[in-house]
Design a protein around this ligand. Sequence first.
Ligand SMILES: Nc1nc2c(ncn2[C@@H]2O[C@H](COP(=O)(O)OP(=O)(O)OP(=O)(O)O)[C@@H](O)[C@H]2O)c(=O)[nH]1
Length: 621
Amino acid sequence: MTTMESLIGLVNRIQRACTVLGDYGGGTGDNAFNSLWEALPTVAVVGGQVISPSSGKSSVLESIVGRDFLPRGSGIVTRRPLVLQLHKTEEGTEEYAEFLHLPKRKFIDFALVRKEIQDETDRITGKSKQISPVPIHLSIFSPNVVNLTLIDLPGLTKVAVEGQPETIVEDIESMVRTYVDKPNCIILAISPANQDIATSDAIKLAKEVDPTGERTFGVLTKLDLMDKGTNALEVLEGRSYKLQHPWVGIVNRSQADINRNADMMLARRKEREYFDTSPDYGHLASKMGSEYLAKLLSKHLESVIRSRIPSILSLINKSIEELERELDRLGKPVAVDAGAQLYTILEMCRAFDKIFKEHLDGGRPGGDRIYGVFDNQLPAALKKLPFDRHLSLQSVKRIVSEADGYQPHLIAPEQGYRRLIEGALGYFRGPAEASVDAVSSLCLERACKEVNCRNSVELALAANTSLEKFREESKKSVIRLVEMESAYLTAEFFRKLPQEMERPAVANSKNQAASPSPAAQDLYGDGHFRRIASNVSAYVSMVSDTLRNTIPKACVYCQVRQAKLALLNYFYSQISKREGKQLGLLLDEDPALMGRRLECAQRLELYKKARDEIDAVAWVR
Ligand SMILES: Nc1nc2c(ncn2[C@@H]2O[C@H](COP(=O)(O)OP(=O)(O)OP(=O)(O)O)[C@@H](O)[C@H]2O)c(=O)[nH]1
């Protein structure tokens, strides 16, 4: 047989785990998980707010705890649900409080608890006076409490005060309703005795959601403030409004007591005395007061939890089945720890690298297309270069005379030759760069095809980045080859030229024997410029043959060979920089899918843990 402590403690633990996972009820939509939070029995404290007369909700809670710890002030003070978990400790032990969001801090000073509730409320809602459904969990350990969990909700209000959004009235009501609508919710409806019970906000709401009064506990405060000669027996004896559970009357500290900082323990004793000596309520004394209320609720909560355990278990089992099915559908669960993720990713990179190499080396199609670039595309592009235009008679004349300047050349236009050759060599940059791009896109195409099989956009991006790096290197190398040709011309080639140059002049002299100086005559004639064009063309064609052989060498050296050697190393170095979530990204292309899988896995863990905890409680068997 278990104790009350273990049952309420069990629910407390499950409730805390739910909050950590973001389950505090209210989930809607197709993807919403079953809410375990909503299945857990709770006591929700409901009362009217601010508008006179106030219900005394805060005073009741403080009286149950026996400490002053709730924020007070004008406007809506409670703006987030406060899950108040009370744990009874041994007589004589020190009282302290703990927040779920500050697990390592023990609060001994309850004034600091009040401040932390305010600060933590503001952390989520800002100072905007908005409300938020995200609960604050506060545990109080004290010899002066009973084991009990209460959820303090924002007080029901009728008008928005300054600084609050217009919708606050409906917002609060709908938040309170998400709690009190649930059949597992025990409603602690607090109303002041100096107000007509028919107009109590708390009772009106309770009547609506729990018409038979099965799960409502009516609490009447401020009995001491009733007009002389009147009493609240009509309500307390259940004649004004009948509930299944007896009404409990309360006498809290007055405002004057609060101002005086009157001791809570003393207040409890005074309350006891009030009922013991009251001519009106004496016959009900043993069932009145905040201490009695706390014990009554604790006992009731325990019995409700006991009765609900089978249905909670069946919800948990059903949810476990659903989650396991969904995880199956989502595919193999991602290895949760970073080590396993890293292993999987490296395996994937190795497989990718191996197949990629096979494509380049032969054995798989791909490498032959790179050869096609060198054997067909590059020679064709070289052939198409516009040397005819560059070396047209007109262009040669212009370039040579520009190079000569004011002093025409005497024998051979050295500067003119250089300018013509430099200009022509510049055209080689285009085919050189195009070869690099073609090889790069073939490598990338191969890589992407391979990566697609592995379903990882991240891997594709990593391959792309590294191939891009190789492409840049390769481009620099081929451009350097072209620039080297411009930087130093092969003098040997031109040394052979004078003899050849003479040949047309000799032929000329045979035909025009009477001509006084044919060579001199031709020095600035068209024939002379045509010869220059033809010499330059021959030189450029020699360079073209060289580049046709060296460009492929540079591409293979910088791109293909590097891709084979360094792609895997590049993956390794990139991956070792990543951690946690980023590793997960490498494994899967869809962050939404990944998120859902993680959520499902966490939920599954929560449900399994909850099932184990419930199973561990002896009475279930
Ligand atoms: N004399 C007397 N005063 C009470 C009683 N209950 C509450 N009060 C006073 O009523 C005022 C409001 O009490 P709270 O406990 O703050 O009431 P609340 O419903 O939480 O109201 P807000 O804090 O304004 O939301 C305080 O001055 C209390 O001292 C009671 O039973 N008797």
